[in-house]
Design a protein around this ligand. Structure first.
Ligand code: GDP
Ligand code: MG
Length: 258
């Protein structure tokens, strides 16, 4: 059980989880940007930072930020992977709607209030920030990474209609997320939840992903192999389930602006 350094009392409407590993230089900007977005939309939201004892001291920086904002920090003993970091974050969340954002500013925090509004007005179970629907895209990302990402999404096509099923930027109803046990190898947590939670309603909203300008990405050969295993496990899971009638919509940038 990770140690929590701070908790708050009244229930927030939205809890965003930020998994961190060696994000010392980027985390303060991300935190300011998320709380600016909350404030401008009058959302008393919280942030859950899940740090895996980052050697660069991100954990101490997170503790310091938690003195100034509505933040809970979970300190885990060592690098235990992104998937379990997100799940531990969801389990510590106080809001009925939970979500995930990278610490590296690849995902735009100002979109969070709009994603929350979409979730609330459309009664969606999951709202996914998508690079691969009209209006979405990637900026400053090496061609090789983009090709790998597109291939990974293409390979998930039989499992979900979602075009950016490997997105690291999404919201989900907490109760739904808590109904499932993800497999330990479930590296692409969004896909894991899309399949195993059997959501009745899924919405994709476009955004432009910014390639990381500093720090290291976690993408490597081991992760790629883990993804193949994940796809195999999820296909087995789907075959054992009754057919699912699922609502699925893609929104345009205009539609989420209002
Ligand atoms: N707690 C935790 N966070 C991680 C781990 N691996 C990656 N992260 C964080 O998860 C987010 C996504 O990782 P990133 O390297 O940006 O992946 P990419 O966007 O797919 O290149 C970042 O905020 C990382 O700091 C991990 O093992 N544990
Ligand atoms: Mg990233």
């Amino acid at each position: 059980m990770p140690a929590a350094s701070e908790t708050t009392s009244a229930s927030p409407p939205l809890s965003i989880v930020v998994p961190t590993y060696n994000e010392r230089d980027r985390l303060p900007d991300l935190v300011s940007s998320v709380f600016d977005a909350y404030e401008s939309a009058h959302i008393d939201g919280e942030l859950i930072i899940v740090d895996d004892n980052s050697p660069d001291g991100t954990g101490a920086i997170a503790d310091d930020l938690a003195r100034r904002h509505r933040i809970t920090v979970l300190h885990r003993a060592g690098k235990a992977g992104l998937g379990t970091a997100v799940i531990d974050g969801f389990n510590a969340a106080n809001a009925p709607i939970v979500g995930v954002i990278d610490a590296d500013m690849s995902h735009p925090p100002p979109l969070l209030p709009r994603m929350l509004a979409v979730m609330q007005r459309s009664a969606a179970d999951i709202v996914i920030g998508s690079r691969y629907i009209p209006g979405g895209g990637t900026h400053n990302w090496p061609t090789g990474r983009l090709a790998m990402s597109r291939l990974a999404c293409f390979m998930a096509r039989g499992l979900t209609p979602v075009r950016d099923a490997t997105s690291g930027f999404f919201l989900i109803r907490r109760d739904l997320a808590r109904t499932v046990r993800i497999s330990a190898g479930g590296f692409k947590i969004c896909l894991e939840l899309l399949v195993r939670c059997r959501p009745a309603s899924v919405v994709e909203v476009p955004y432009v992903f910014e390639g990381r300008t500093a720090g290291d990405s976690k993408m490597n050969m081991r992760e790629a192999m883990g993804y193949l295993e994940q796809l195999r496990d999820l296909r087995r899971f789907v075959r054992a389930q009754p057919p699912l009638r699922q609502g699925y919509r893609r929104l345009t940038a205009d539609e989420i602006a209002h």
